[in-house]
Design a protein around this ligand. Sequence first.
Ligand SMILES: Nc1ncnc2c1ncn2[C@@H]1O[C@H](COP(=O)(O)OP(=O)(O)OP(=O)(O)O)[C@@H](O)[C@H]1O
Length: 581
Amino acid sequence: MPRPLISLPEAMSWTRRTTISFRLKSLPCSALIHTDALSKDLLIHIPKCNVYRFDDTKSTSPIFCGLEWTVREGESWAVVGAGSGEKTTLLEVLDGNYRLKPPPHGGIFPFLSSSSAKAVSLVSFAHRPRSSGGQFYDYTARYGSVWEEDRITLRQSMFPETLPEFARRDNVHSVEMTREDKELFDELVHKLDLERLLDLPLIALSNGQTRKARILKALLVRPELMLLDEPLTGVDAATRPLLLTILHSLHAARSPRIVLGLRKQDPIPEWITHVAAVMGGSVRTGEKEDILRKLSEKWNAQTGRGKSTSPKQTSIPREKRDVLVHMENVNVRYHERHVLKDITWKIHAGDRWHLQGPNGSGKTTLLSILIGDHPQSYTQRSPSHLTLFGKPRSKHATSFLATRVGIVSPEIYNAFPRRRAMTVREAVGTGFDGTYVPQGKRGVGLGLQGGLTEEEEKWRLERVEEVISALGPSGWGDSEKGEGFGQRNFADLSAGEQGLVLLMRALVGRPPLVILDEVWSGMDGSMIENAKRYLREGGVGQEQAVVVVTHWEEEVPWRREEGGESIRQFRLQEGSGIESA
Ligand SMILES: Nc1ncnc2c1ncn2[C@@H]1O[C@H](COP(=O)(O)OP(=O)(O)OP(=O)(O)O)[C@@H](O)[C@H]1O
């Protein structure tokens, strides 16, 4: 039986001195409020309300209507989202980033003991925030020799309290770690396999390694409630169950309690008992099975749209197709760290590859070699060998390679400028020449020699519209949002929408090589299904090669068992590469 939601009569007489600030975050949860009327096992309590942005002072556009949510001590909740970034928004509601009308009398967390600023912690893996400025930053710095200012280690940056000299040196935080904190740190750093990375430069950490370190850092603050948004994205298959077991045992010990944010396509851990499902501005809450049963029909109806067809692949035998990338015994070393060991790999036109490997195995490093970003792509000497599009790296101008490879990756996502004035159309248009700022009178670049013919410009303008309409909201079934999407400000889009625009940017010029590295981060099911279908059904042509990097087999658009030539796998394990067809 679903546990009934608490519903409090409107007219209930509250004997409260409600000094509730609109910014719930700054509100001490239990301050000045009599919560006697509520059952003491309530962890989150939101009586029916509408949710607005703080700047929506006239309450004209509610983000959620009739939100009503109660979480009791001992329950284990996941917030699962189907709409564009809505799951993250609901978690942000808990973090006090939105205005609730009417405001809940006892605060959202009536019985958390300390002030909510410390008691509740939101750890979100949405990438670069909008506020971080309009400039592109050079993510390739990581691949070179590390500069003095980048030498700061993981420990110095995130865990300075574990440095022996910390207590003496830092007047502000001159409290030493407690024994319990030290024990927690030692245990988790070991379980999360972060020990060996503590004294490496922070900049050298891989995406998955950084993600685990951020979770650990958030745990050390000892919040009472931790909201973890998409903790499994970018984490390798072996680490996922481990991470979930750790989170489960912390949650069971209420130290801290954890609410997980999951995309609707993510598996829901067994220990989750309740789900808040967010869909199109409304939130349904209740026991897991009950909610999932009710929603599966609706979700299936969405994802079932336009079933996949077999990949269209070229009939020219593979060995007769151009070799785009040829690596023979390629090595990458950082001093004593040997990251890539004798990698041999050939990518032909028309290939579909799934590049796999645990966190830290060298996938990003390998990609940076094959797109010519890595300084060591210039220095592979016989018997090593690296050719890109038929020539050694040093024989290519970087601007030429930028037109040959379309890439989406966490690095590009983070580095791409969020300039206020850049529209979706312009962001997509930067893909033709692989630049980061719009160029040319019509925002579709200048061409390699700086002389775009009229015909080429016309083709580019049409291509921009084509990819926007295929991959944008009209493609994933939100025709209302689709109108005027090209004119939207890129910086104002949700994380998933920004990711999708960067996918459009990678595909727009139809480059011979397309790299899709963790491309689905932050996206919702309908966006992903639509984009995967587009890729399978001609979004990348028979002559284009694609390398997909993901820890999730089901995120690869092409299936092994489907007709034509199957997807090939290249697996990195401790720096060595193994190929399988
Ligand atoms: N500049 C550097 N100095 C020292 N080690 C480095 C440097 N850059 C990367 N590394 C190390 O190289 C290894 C490979 O990193 P890489 O980012 O390629 O891994 P990955 O397979 O992409 O991981 P993830 O799945 O987490 O994204 C990591 O162990 C990382 O710590």
